[in-house]
Design a protein around this ligand. Structure first.
Ligand code: HEM
Length: 268
């Protein structure tokens, strides 16, 4: 199955014609076709890329959808993020990872988006492998344990007005630079599951959301749609149930922020 891409990628890399993507690097590192270890390595490569695709695609889409809805519902949040991006990055290029530490408000948006919309509201069930006790409760071996991710991320003891989308809850407003407040319960405490089987893609999705949020906000305004009479349609947070939760499909308007932004988009 990997023969053709393997030969093509290896050829292109050897000829110096390509900058390797992660997938290309993996394929090019497979042992040679005549090597007895090849079959096992190929199986592993298929399993790893398959698991990353299976675990990472719908979940990342759900997070990006929630980001767009939050932005369309909260122009004030969007404008604060854009002001931060303009001040740190300027308007003549797109933000990249080297800017990340200087964009606390955008980082707070990443955290708040993952907190606000629980993509896996009840996580993935675990099972106790031996008898255990927690907080006075006896948990026999073989018990199915479901972590209520939604409740942990909407806990009124941890978050003021937990249903509200408010990135500022993650900022230390006493710090003049509004740095991230790491004492606030992070989405990482529950959203990616628990223990040994915690989501291995959590760092990737954190990076993906930062790139999506910073780049989209640098060049676009996201607004609620208008109806036939030109009235603004009020958007609301409504999510589907199930193992994986998505925002119920919604419409929004996405337009370039300025002619400079348009030129930047067209130049990409
Ligand atoms: C916002 C995005 C994501 C969310 C909310 C999420 C959530 C989760 C959760 C709750 C689990 C179960 C952990 C447990 O057993 O307690 C999990 C497992 C897993 N995730 Fe993610 N995930 C996300 C993105 C990704 C990405 C981007 C990848 C890969 C590129 C990925 C790959 C996996 C894999 C392979 C597992 C199974 C791990 C195992 O059972 O050992 N996930 N994820």
């Amino acid at each position: 199955m990997l023969e053709r891409p393997y030969r093509r990628v290896k050829g292109e890399l050897e000829a110096g014609n390509a900058r390797p993507s992660i997938l290309q690097s993996m394929i090019s590192k497979l042992p040679d076709e005549s090597d007895p270890k090849r079959a096992e390595a190929e199986e592993m490569a298929k399993a790893v890329t398959g698991a990353a695709y299976g675990g990472g695609s719908d979940t990342t889409i759900a997070a990006v959808q929630a980001f767009f809805l939050a932005m369309a519902m909260h122009a004030d949040v969007q404008h604060k993020a854009q002001a931060e991006i303009d001040a740190v990055v300027g308007q003549d290029r797109l933000p990249d990872f080297s800017d990340r530490a200087k964009l606390p408000y955008v980082n707070a948006i990443v955290k708040e988006t993952l907190r606000w919309h629980s993509i896996t509201p009840l996580g993935i069930p675990h099972m106790s492998t031996e008898d255990d006790e927690y907080d006075g409760y006896f948990i026999p071996k073989g018990t199915l344990i479901i972590g209520n991710v939604w409740a942990l991320m909407h806990d009124p003891n941890a978050f003021v007005d937990p249903s509200k989308y408010d990135p500022e809850r993650y900022l230390n407003l006493k710090d003049a630079n509004g740095r991230l407040d790491n004492t606030v319960r992070s989405p990482g405490a529950a959203v990616f599951g628990f223990g040994r089987r915690i989501c291995p893609g959590r760092h990737l999705v954190d990076a993906s959301l930062y790139v999506a949020a910073s780049n989209v906000l640098a060049v676009y305004n996201i607004k609620p749609p208008t109806d036939k009479e030109g009235n603004v349609v009020k958007l609301k947070e409504e999510a589907t149930g199930g193992l994986l939760s998505f925002m119920v499909p919604f419409k929004c308007v996405i337009e370039p922020r300025s002619s400079v932004a348009l030129a930047l988009i067209q130049g990409i």
